[in-house]
Design a protein around this ligand. Structure first.
Ligand code: ZN
Length: 386
């Protein structure tokens, strides 16, 4: 469920506190979930809004009757607005529970929380998003309003640690116009809460991100990944938008891999060029051999061991024998291969995707050279024995 109404209601409520009746009338579509962030405090409204625009003596005063019932009566001498029977619950003041709100925002965005938010801060660091590689970037949350939008001066003190960062805002009206470009020049990005978060389907479960966090934070993740201290050039020059499906992997022989991008002249790669040489004996390592197995299987890899079928067929016995080498710790080996390929070719996506009973390589595989090599070998053997 979308959250935009929730945030715009919050930003236009002075002090983030008002009576239940007013909260509810604005949040009618998402009351079940929104009310969990609006805690009752021990205060009651003594006035209730009149229908807009009302008169100069509006709004309606809350009158408590002898019998304990409540009625809201317009203070206008002409009784401009209709009186209203109201309940105690309706005039109960609810205040935004920032601690719970930001804890749930942080949880949905997978942020390692720092300290609990200060009660009145309009800008706070709600946590760091950790990347797999042990890097992280900070996420800041703003609570401001179009009446008092955040300006550049408010943001000078952000402890961004020279990292890319995100500033979450209730809406773009709640920041001054030049804030986005000001932050952008410092590696920061402004996002609205509603752009990032939906309410979870079940009340009480907080928020869920609108897209995968890898997508949502793609800019920050790539900025951090590229900011490597010892940048390693990819093994071949590819356009920034290159995808695995643009690449063709062709083994020319057991230790030579030709990779071409969109039919262009292939680049010849040997195991050590893509970090797949075993330093102890100088031979191709297990990742290279797993890549070879993948080629022999026409671009597939087993889902798990023991292998029953791959692409619906039982692999030939000589391939099963090759695969046997990988059955111990297979998941880790396959992931290591994927990580190595992503690093070496500089393509973020996973080169292998699950399809039915196997992992399917997203790059094209040409195993022609391998088969050629095998038959050459057989012929040679035959000749030798003759
Ligand atoms: Zn009135």
């Amino acid at each position: 469920m979308m959250t935009s109404t929730f945030w715009t209601t919050i930003e236009r409520t002075p002090g983030y506190a008002t009576d239940t009746r007013e909260w509810r009338s604005s949040l009618v579509d998402c009351w079940d979930v929104a009310q969990l962030y609006l805690s009752k405090i021990s205060k009651f409204a003594d006035h209730i809004e009149c229908p807009w625009p009302g008169g100069e003596n509006c709004p309606r005063r809350v009158v408590r009757h002898e019998d304990g019932s409540f009625r809201a009566v317009c203070s206008d001498p002409m009784r401009l607005c209709d009186p209203l029977d109201i309940t105690r619950d309706e005039i109960h003041i609810r205040e935004l529970d920032r601690r719970k709100l930001f804890a749930d925002v942080a949880a949905a965005l997978d942020l390692a929380m720092t300290a609990p938010p200060e009660r009145q801060a309009s800008l706070l660091h709600i946590g760091d998003h950790q990347l797999a590689a042990g890097r992280s970037f900070p996420v800041f949350a703003a609570l401001s309003s179009p009446r008092a939008p955040l300006g550049k001066a408010d943001l000078l003190e952000l402890d961004r640690r020279k990292l890319p960062f995100i500033l979450l805002v209730t809406s773009l009206r709640a920041i001054e116009q030049d804030v986005s470009s000001f932050l952008s020049a410092r590696g920061g990005r402004v996002l609205t809460y509603a752009e990032c978060l939906n309410f979870a389907a079940a009340p009480g479960k907080g928020f869920v991100p609108v897209a995968s966090l890898a997508n949502l934070f793609a800019a920050e993740i790539s900025a951090l990944t590229n900011a490597d201290d010892s940048p390693e050039a990819p093994v071949m020059t590819l356009p920034v938008n290159a995808r695995w499906s643009d690449l063709r992997f062709a083994f020319r022989e057991q230790a030579v891999l030709n990779v071409s991008h969109r039919g262009q002249k292939p680049v010849r790669l040997e195991p050590d060029q893509i970090g797949m040489r075993d330093d102890r004996n100088g031979k191709p390592n297990r990742q290279w051999r797993l890549l070879l197995a993948c080629a022999a299987l026409d671009g597939a890899l087993p889902r798990s061991f023991p292998v029953s079928t791959i692409n619906g067929r039982r692999p030939a016995s000589h391939i099963l024998r090759i695969l046997d080498e990988f059955k111990r710790g297979y998941d880790k080996q396959r992931q290591t291969l994927a990580v190595t390929l992503r690093e070496k070719f500089g393509i973020e996506d996973d080169p292998f995707l699950v399809r039915d009973d196997c992992f399917e390589a997203q790059f094209l595989v040409d195993a022609q050279g391998l088969r050629q090599g095998q038959s050459d070998q057989r012929q040679r053997n035959f000749v030798d024995e003759d």
